[in-house]
Design a protein around this ligand. Structure first.
Ligand SMILES: [Zn+2]
Length: 190
């Protein structure tokens, strides 16, 4: 069962909703329109007066009455850094040895180590396998003598939403987010 993409009232993507959250928004008249191409139908209790079960239809991309949060769309905004989204950004590939791994075998490496005042940000973090991370230790890639396979980047909000949920995303949601990626987005190449 896929998640539902929530848009604020200006049409900016803001979050992924669970089925339950989407049903509540729909039932409380917080939805302006479904901009998606798919719908899910949820059946509620039996309505005696109408002689049928109640139904709530929830679209895949919901334009809601949510207020616009300009902060989130500023160039300086840093989306939350989670390992899951970080590993997705790097395609589950260790940025030092280039091999693919499952999430459980991957780690967050600070390119400039925390011990050398490197920040815990998207631009200073890459996916690394446990072995490379251990071997790199408290060194920069230069000190360790290895190069990064790709320069780490901070996703914009649409890229971040995609990374958070790319395994369960449906086609119309993916298209909606992709047109909001930066022109040179690495996620468009992968
Ligand atoms: Zn590695």
């Amino acid at each position: 069962m896929y998640r539902i993409l929530q848009l604020d009232k200006a049409g900016n993507p803001t979050a992924w909703l669970t089925r339950r959250q989407a049903i509540i928004l729909t039932a409380s008249d917080r939805i302006i329109a479904n901009l998606g191409q798919s719908e899910m139908v949820f059946r509620g209790g039996y309505n005696r007066a109408l002689g049928k079960r109640s139904e709530i239809v929830v679209g895949s991309i919901l334009l809601t009455r949510q207020r616009v949060d300009k902060r989130r769309h500023s160039k300086h905004f840093e989306p939350p850094l989670t390992n899951r989204a970080l590993f997705a950004r790097d395609g589950q590939v260790c940025m030092y040895c280039g091999e693919s791994f499952a999430d459980s075998q991957l780690t967050r490496d600070h390119v400039i180590p925390l011990s050398k005042a490197g920040p815990d940000t998207w631009s200073n973090c890459v996916t690394a396998c446990a072995r490379c991370n251990h071997s790199k230790g408290n060194h920069t890639p230069e000190e360790w003598g290895r190069l990064l396979l790709a320069v780490p980047f901070k996703p914009n909000w649409s890229e971040f939403l995609y990374l958070k949920n790319h395994r369960q995303i449906v086609a119309d949601q993916q298209q909606f987010l992709q047109v909001r990626f930066p022109d040179n987005s690495r996620l468009l190449l992968s």
